[in-house]
Design a protein around this ligand. Structure first.
Ligand code: SF4
Length: 99
């Protein structure tokens, strides 16, 4: 009996879960951080960075209502982005706030 050739390892593609800058929720100011439509309204970002994230109560999602303006806000927004369970928070990579 001929042995089957091993299948190539499955590679999880990181971009599958990353936030999509072409799929942002409405109402966000231009700038570094944004939320896309994958948001499941879990509240983590609003708890982590309340100065920057709010809830759209009518539609049930979070959005960035104000871009980070201080290093502290920047750090909290990054923390929210890193911990969002569905990676709905994106970072356009624009200029960081001055430290
Ligand atoms: S942490 Fe992510 S999923 Fe949760 S409310 Fe914020 S953007 Fe939505």
């Amino acid at each position: 009996m001929r042995a089957l050739a091993p299948s190539p390892p499955r590679v999880l593609e990181a971009h599958q879960l990353m936030a999509d800058p072409n799929d942002k929720v409405p109402g966000q100011p231009a700038g570094r951080f944004y939320v896309d439509t994958q948001c499941i309204d879990c509240d983590l970002c609003r708890e982590t960075a309340p100065a920057n994230f709010q809830r759209n109560d009518e539609e049930g999602f979070s959005y960035v209502f104000k871009q980070a303006e201080t290093p502290e806000e920047e750090a909290l927004c990054k923390d929210a982005m890193d911990n969002c369970p569905v990676e709905a928070i994106g970072n356009d990579g624009e200029t960081e706030t001055e430290s």
